[in-house]
Every structure is written in C-alpha cells, then in structure tokens.
Design a protein around this ligand. Structure first.
Ligand code: ADP
Length: 373
C-alpha cells in the first residue's frame, strides 16, 4: 500500500493544549485526556499503534466480516471495491479501516478532508491523480462544499469528471474518464450528508462503541507495542475508563506508562493504573471534572431535574450545543442522565456515582420519565 497525503487534504486537526476544556471558535472542548479529537501525540504514536491487518483490528466484527468478503470478491474480479461510508463518533477506527482496506486491496491511498476540498480545482486535482483501484479517503465528508459534492456524483457513479469552461452561451462541458477507484468517506455527522451523496455509497457502516473486553484487548496490544509490563487488573482498569473509544484507551495507556516510569514501577498493576488515572482526573467510569460538574448541578441545584437544556447550559456557563453534542451522549450511554419530554433528569445511578442517596421521588420519576426531550 502506498500513502499519498494530498497537499490540499490531510486529516490533521488543531493541536490541543494541556489542561481543562478550552474555548475555540466559540466552542468548548473537552480536556486533553478524554478528548476524542486526535492530538499531536496521538498522531505520532498512531504510526506504531494503528492495526496493520484486518485481523489486528479488534471489534466491529460485523463490519470486518463484510469487508473481508467484499475485498475477496473484488480482488477475484480484479475490480475496485464499491464506495464505502463509515460513520460514528471520533476515535472509533474509521481512518484505520480505510488504511486497512487499501492495504488488503494492495492499493494506493490518497488522503483528503472535506473542508480542504473547497474549490473545484481541489477536488478535480485529487480525482485526476487517481489510478485504477486506488482508494480515495475523505475524512469529515459532511463538510464538503456543494461544488465539490456535485463534482463527486458523476465521479462516484460513472467514473467521470464533468468539466465546464466559459460563461453564458459560450459554456462548454467536457467529460473526462476516470479509472475505477474506491471512495471511502468518514463522518461523525451522517445526518448532515445529503441523500444524493449518501445514496452513492455501496456500503454504509456505523461504527459502534467498543465493549470493555474489546478495549482490554486493545490495551494489551498497545502495551505490548510500547513494551509496558501491565497485569490483567490494570488492563481492565484502563479499559473501563476509556469511554468505549480506542483513541482514548491508547492515550490512557501512554499516560499510565509515563506515570509508572516516573514512579519507577516496572510493573503496572491495578493500584498504579488507578493512581495514574486519578492524577489525570479520570474517574472510575471515565468521567472528567466537567461531566461530574454537570451531574452535580443537575442533582444539587435542580434536585435531579427535570431541567431544560438551556437552563442547565446557563448554569454551567456552557452553550447548549456543547452540552448536547459533547457531554450528554456519554452520560446518557452510562445511564446517568435521561432526556425526558420535560427536560434532563439525573438517574439513581448518577446519585450513586456522586455518593448521594437518591430521593424516592427521583427513583419513581426515573421509572416513569419516558425518553427524549
Ligand atoms: P477515527 O478515524 O474513527 O477518528 P482512527 O481510525 O483514527 O479513528 O482510530 C484512532 C486510533 O485508535 C488508531 O490510531 C488506532 O491506534 C486505534 N484503533 C482504532 N480502532 C481500533 C481497533 N479496532 N483495534 C485496534 N486499535 C484501534
């Protein structure tokens, strides 16, 4: 597999600074440790940690079997694989799958990202470089400009680029053939994709959060690659705090390794893992200080709710979109918050996690609250 980083593409995200959440372009971002965004050190260590074969790719078994079958069939036909869309939260392994597909297909991979393909010449230049069987990976494909998207339609469907020259009556259209290639799109926001684009993918795959067992396997593999001596209890402790996300689990392994090295511990046991994660303020469920503040406000200030999203946001000094997109999904997944028609409600689990006793009214409210605000 050859990797061709597009000069106009690239998936690099902004560098993150250490410490607590920060405001950037008006948006609050989670502290480094539990952020799902790729940091500079993630990117460096990714070179070693990305799975090298589909067999090394842990979890997502349904997607893996589907890919194995389709790759074998396409290789037998000596044809390019159908276009594939991967969607799901950041850090779950979409980019890794794109690399693996290119490798298994023995193909060159070209990397680009939606926001960098703004002008027609960006996407035309990229398509023009493609050779038969190549993989074109577009990260954040939901952020493609309308023009780029329209140029992609015939490229995906008929393997052609439609070029227009001139203006008004003198407009001429030229159709250039393209080799058969595979477009792999990745997005965290599938609902922002137009139907027209979505319909042009042969496979649409949703990546799931990983189970603690799967994350445990990733911890073991990463610890092996980084030559960290870690026992089973430490592996389980790290896996349990990683919010179902391989990118986070790998980051936690690196942090625990640094802590153990600093303390001079040659074996990372449960106690060392707990002490390290405590120091980074990652609690036993993988919550960080902002998650806990949100739960505390809900429980202490609003008696466990129901409370409206806007009110909650104003009390926390956050914008409601950040609460809804960044903080709530994991708290709901953990079963600490419910969305009800009357607002957000803390569950009995949230009370227990904060070490409080849930009032009996809260317990019955949790049972009768229904779902979704
Ligand atoms: P995404 O593109 O969804 O944001 P990535 O593919 O960049 O996620 O994955 C982040 C990191 O997590 C990778 O560099 C890799 O080291 C690790 N990773 C992701 N998925 C897996 C997996 N299934 N098995 C092992 N490691 C994984």
């Amino acid at each position: 597999m050859t990797i061709v980083p597009s000069s106009i593409g690239g998936t690099a995200g902004p560098e993150e600074t250490a410490g607590q959440t920060e405001k950037q372009s008006g948006k609050t971002r989670r502290s480094d440790v539990l952020s799902t965004k790729e940091s500079v050190s993630d990117r460096k260590s990714d070179l070693n940690l990305r799975p090298k074969t589909l067999d090394e790719y842990i979890g997502q078994s349904r997607i893996r079997s589907m890919l194995e079958m389709s790759i074998a069939a396409a290789s037998t036909r000596k044809d390019a694989l159908d276009h594939i869309l991967f969607y799901g939260p950041p850090g779950l392994g979409k980019t890794s799958l794109a690399y693996l597909i290119a490798k298994e297909m023995n193909a060159k991979i070209h990397l680009a990202s939606g926001p960098s393909l703004e002008r027609p010449r960006d996407i035309i230049g990229l398509l023009h470089q493609l050779e038969a069987g190549d993989v074109l990976f577009i990260d954040e494909i939901h952020r493609l400009s309308r023009i780029a998207e329209e140029l992609l339609y015939p490229a995906m469907e008929d393997y052609v680029i439609d070029l227009t020259a001139g203006k008004g009556q003198a407009t001429r259209t030229m159709r250039l053939p393209l080799p058969r290639f595979t477009l792999i799109g990745a997005t965290t926001k599938v609902s922002m994709l137009s139907n027209a684009l979505r319909d042009r993918f042969g496979f649409i795959c949703r990546l799931e959060f990983y189970t603690p067992e799967e994350l445990g396997k990733i911890v073991r593999r990463t610890a092996g690659i980084l030559a960290v001596n870690m026992n089973d209890q430490a592996i389980a402790a790290i896996a349990g705090r990683a919010r179902g996300t391989p990118r986070i689990v790998n980051r936690l392994v690196r942090l625990v390794r640094d802590y153990a090295q600093f303390k001079g511990h040659s074996l990372v046991d449960e106690q060392t893992a707990h002490a390290a994660l405590e120091m980074y303020q990652v609690d036993i469920h993988g919550l960080d200080p902002t998650d806990r503040r949100l739960l505390t406000v809900l429980v202490d200030t609003y008696g466990g709710g129901p409370v409206g999203l806007e009110t909650l946001a104003a009390t926390l000094g956050e914008d409601s979109e950040t609460i809804e997109d960044v903080y709530e999904p994991f708290l709901i997944q953990c079963g600490f918050i419910q969305r009800t028609p009357r607002g957000r409600v803390a569950t009995a689990g949230a009370y227990a996690h904060l070490g409080r006793t849930a009032p009996s009214a809260q317990l019955s409210l949790n049972l009768n609250s229904g779902t979704e605000a």
